[in-house]
Design a binder for this molecule. Sequence first.
Ligand code: SAM
Ligand code: SF4
Length: 321
Amino acid sequence: MLIDGHGRKVDYLRVSVTERCNFRCQYCMPDKPFSWTPRENLLKFEELFLFIKAAIDEGIRKVRITGGEPLLREDLDRFIAMIYNHRSDIDLALTTNGYLLKHVAKKLKDAGLKRLNISLDTLNPETAKQIAQKDVLSDVLEGIEAARSVGLGIKINMVPLKGINEDDILDVLEFAKERGIEIRFIEYMENNMANSTIRGLLGKEILEKIKERYTIKKLGREGSSPSFSYLLEDGYKFGLIDPHKHDFCESCNRIRLTAEGYLIPCLYFDEAMSIKDAVQKGDIEGAVEVLREVLRNKPEKNRWSEDESESSNRAFYETGG
Ligand code: SAM
Ligand code: SF4
């Protein structure tokens, strides 16, 4: 079992397979031109898998593949199959913008993927274009349908932004509800890579918008999830991720691995340690020692706050969110 320096059990590994993306979301990586990490600096699937296998042996039970846009990495289904074939009971999930999903949904399902989180910030094509800086909506919607049709579990993620998509909250909620998909609203997390003019809605402001149409009952957190669950009067459940309150840090169970092999203990902070040398030498014990060191130093809580809106230097496209 993996326990961090604050006594929290860590059993969830998020693996970013690329920092590249086919979108340029305002809250993530709005600026071009962009210097990407050269492809040769990325860990190969075999190297990432060596670490994942060791981490599973140490107690990791949930693996989420993310990015950048993970579907840009060629042969992702091969990587998913490696993890699935090692231990089929691992909760194996993926976070994607959905743009390429219609081409690969079946391959991913066949490889052993169980669940997907798909980002959907609006149902308005112009607003989608404003956020992603590309005309993306119809492909994303087709991706969602493709994933549903092959039987992948789906959740939708939405980041509400002031003056951009705040009036789309109820529309996206209805879209998810009609399809029996859970939606999670995520507070915008201020970071220095984002467009400096954007402002997010706080959790309470998101709930106010939903209360314009529904009565909401507060449920609670499910296990170590950062998402707080709420129930509408018609029985539909949705989630809210509100890091500005940072009470979810108390039960944080996750650690992040970047495509270059850095282990990151907290989404907010710059700290990271590399497992690259160890896995490239096949030194599993060395990689596990880095993992233990990172866990010993995992921060107690993030520093986003309701009052000061502190910004992080961490790029979401690098850590995978
Ligand atoms: N490209 C994929 C996607 O967009 O779903 C996966 C990577 S993305 C970094 C993972 C999640 O982080 C997405 O749901 C995205 O909306 C969210 N995200 C990115 N930047 C964010 C920010 N500044 N604040 C809150 N959520 C953010
Ligand atoms: Fe790409 Fe996802 Fe970042 Fe948007 S949030 S730019 S889709 S990595």
